[in-house]
Design a protein around this ligand. Structure first.
Ligand code: CAA
Length: 378
């Protein structure tokens, strides 16, 4: 057993940290205020090879795993979770899914373009009536000569506006057994009938675009079916195990931001003649924030390590997502409390961290869905 990062993981952490401080930190507040998608940051992330981190080398990536992406994502989310979620979805829900479930032709066609950033990936599972109950899809793919015809509406799609490739789940057999009647499809933005719908105005992660996606009689060639046409829900849930490591890593990054900002503020801010960090009430909050960050990082890295080893990981991935997102939200609440009135204003970044933290307990399976998954495994 070894708790140290390998030299390779340290290199990824250091280069991601340098990138995030240079390319994300200066723009994060503006991106949030203007709700502007961070195109430039993503282009630079692609140049650094981050978008292809988990794509095999033969398809233009770095061929690394979930542990590497967890380390990378903590660093990016420390400064900008809008960029963090965009890359997490691209990497853990789209690239990894094609790599695991795709045919050789699908990998050759799409992975190099995803790794280079020519295409950003989006994951289209959720529908208005299918949030936590993800199998309850209405989006339909009907068999036609040479392929499929896709119809339906997806909601809450991360990077809906900018994506070049959508991984879309749709019912292929409306009379079939629930959860065994869904197909997974690779849908290019340029296909006729792919329409970007309403953009959501959000509490946090305001730089990431979250949209409705409408598919109107989209003709898909047979080769764009991922899997066998009936195992799409299994593919979706298996893929979400990996995605949950990504969101748990995002929670670590936001948590660390809250701790670091609070530590600095507690040294700078004087009350009753001394820095507020010298009061036990503040020092103990910082100690708790630091301890839960350390503990959750170990859990997240264990989930990533299990998935990379090909071991059963569903329970631990859900534990990591549950624990890290709850701890992150508590840290954000404490960070605002330590900052007092200042933390309630946009003068200090903890106001933004408080808003950004909230979604980590909601998307990629809300907190109670993680509890459901974990309890089913006990
Ligand atoms: N891996 C592989 N297969 C799995 C699996 C996993 N992790 N979990 C379940 N399965 C299999 C089951 O074994 C079952 O197969 P059989 O019928 O052959 O036994 C099948 O999949 C269906 O599983 P369940 O019976 O458990 O399905 P359910 O309808 O009870 O739903 C659920 C389970 C956990 C509630 C699931 O619907 C769920 O995770 N809901 C939350 C949805 C979610 O996370 N959405 C995120 C959207 S993406 C997003 O947010 C991205 C973003 O933008 C940031």
């Amino acid at each position: 057993m070894d708790f140290a990062l390998t030299e390779e993981l340290e290199m990824i952490r250091d280069s991601a940290r340098e990138f995030a401080e240079r390319a994300l930190k200066p723009h994060a507040a503006r991106v949030d205020a203007e709700e502007s998608f961070p195109d430039q940051a993503l282009a630079e992330a692609a140049e650094n090879g981050f978008l292809g981190l988990t794509v095999p080398e033969e398809f233009g990536g770095a061929g690394l795993g979930n542990l590497h992406s967890a380390v990378l994502l903590e660093e990016l989310n420390r400064w900008d979770p809008s960029v963090g979620v965009t890359i997490s979805v691209h990497m853990s829900l789209v690239c990894s899914c094609i790599n695991k479930w795709g045919t050789q032709e699908q990998k050759e066609k799409y992975l190099p373009r995803l790794a280079s950033g020519e295409m950003i990936g989006a994951y289209c599972l959720t529908e208005p009536q299918a949030g936590s109950d993800a199998a309850n899809l209405k989006c339909r793919a009907d068999k036609v000569d040479g392929g499929w015809k896709l119809n339906g509406t997806k909601s809450w799609i991360t990077t809906g506006e900018q994506a070049g490739l959508y991984l879309v789940y749709a019912v292929t057999d409306s009379a079939g057994r629930r959860g065994h009647n869904i197909g997974a499809f690779l849908v290019e933005r340029v296909f006729d009938g792919v329409v970007v719908g309403k953009k959501e105005a959000k509490l946090g992660l305001r730089g990431s675009s979250t949209t409705e996606m409408i598919f109107e009689d989209v003709l898909l060639p047979e080769e764009n079916l991922l899997g066998d046409g009936s195992n799409g829900f299994k593919i979706a849930l298996d893929t979400l195990d990996g995605g949950r490591i990504g969101i748990a890593s995002q929670a670590l990054g936001i948590h660390r931001a809250c701790l670091e900002e609070s530590l600095q503020y507690s040294k700078d801010r004087q009350q009753f003649g001394k820095p507020i960090g010298e009061f036990q009430a503040i020092a103990w909050k910082l100690a708790d924030m630091a301890t839960s960050l350390e503990a959750n990082r170990m859990l997240v890295h264990k989930a990533a390590w299990l998935r990379d080893a090909g071991e059963p990981c569903t329970k631990v991935c859900s534990m990591a997502k549950l624990a890290a997102s709850k701890a992150c939200n508590l840290a954000a609440q404490e960070a605002v409390q330590i900052h007092g009135g200042a933390g309630y204003t946009k003068e200090f970044p903890v106001e933004r961290h408080y808003r950004d933290a909230r979604i980590t307990e909601i998307y990629e399976g809300a907190t109670d869905i993680q509890r459901l998954v974990i309890s089913r495994h006990l």
